[in-house]
Design a protein around this ligand. Sequence first.
Ligand SMILES: [Zn+2]
Length: 449
Amino acid sequence: MNMKRVIISALVVLLILATLAAAPARQAGRSPAGHVVAIRCGRLIDGKSDAPITNAVILIEGERITAIGASVLIPPGAEVIDLSNATVLPGLIDCHTHLLQNYDGALGNDDPNMILTVTQMSTAKRALLGAAMGREDLEAGITAVRDLGNSGYNGDVALRDAIYEGWVVGPRIVASTRALAAAGGQFGEVSAATQKIIEQEYAVISGTEEARRAVRQAFYDGADLIKVIVNTGPRVVSLEEMKVIVEEAHRVNRKVAAHAIGDQATRIAAEAGVDSIEHAYTVPDDVLKMMAEKKIFLVPTDGPVETYLDIFVTAKHPSPEELEQARANIGRFLKGSRDRLARAVKAGVRIAAGSDMYYQLPGKTRGQASLTMLRAYAESGMTPMQIIQAATLNAAELLGAQKRLGSLETGKVADIIAVVDDPLKDIAALEHVQFVMKGGKLIKNELRK
Ligand SMILES: [Zn+2]
């Protein structure tokens, strides 16, 4: 190597180091280093402790929490945010969302909506839709999400990166790119000539080598984790295929989220050793036991009756009789979900909150609509503190981000929300978040006096 090349190489290294050092400050206009923000908390639910702490103070420098607790003193010159009339919590995490979809229940259920979305919207357009949905999530207090597919070809990866760069404002995203699935993905009936559209939305696999290739392709495409649709009607991914998927992902310390419903699919997912089982509206007790033993999270994508009525019924202007009939039908379905979540908690399965919200809800932003899931968890008998932990600390662990997110502790990222009403009395208080901070940057504060 001649001298000139050595000098150029050294300069390049210095330039990279300088860029890396400047990166955090450049991102999203954070306060400069040395500037201290102090939050006075009336009550603090830190995500870890079993009981709230009164009159705590959080000190923040840059994007990190530098001190927290009831005995922390506010240093002179600090910028003080007064939340002494509110309850302060870690930012909420939605472990199952689809920001690049916004279905309209008036058009029907998933089948027509999926076809219209995939055929009429480019991935670029869907990423911009995702930017709007993401902003609505963040402003509602959801500071991080796992986006589990239905994002066109890598649209979720583009959105994740755009938010990280500070081009658009939104939650932290852990992205899956296209979900792996058996033939047809989750499409309803599509004629042979139009089946090409399936590839835009799903990576179809058949056999272990295709499964292996699809996982590697997903990582090449920018996936943080792998999403698998284990079953759609009679199309089921086999145990052998699932094992290969888990092996490939775990080899590089990435997680696998499995959409699975019913005895067979939940069993295949649990036996293969996935990290989370999504939905599991029906699941046998012995599978729950296996999930508890293997520390597989259940992500119960549930909602209250009102959410389903709002999506599918209200827009059709039903008669009072039709409305009551629909309420009864939905109630019957939900009873099964409530029961399985109660059984899961009793079996010791860890719960991570996930909304699976991808429909428009009249009068609600995407974030507000997503957080109605918390009421459904309460209806299953989970305590408010269990629900908060499912949407913070447990969720952060499922994201693989428990060192940075999920609780308010010294050294963690300052993703902080606040509410006036008491979420330990009524979890629905979290549907009205009035203060949001992400990475030390103020997103909104409706509690300013
Ligand atoms: Zn989903």
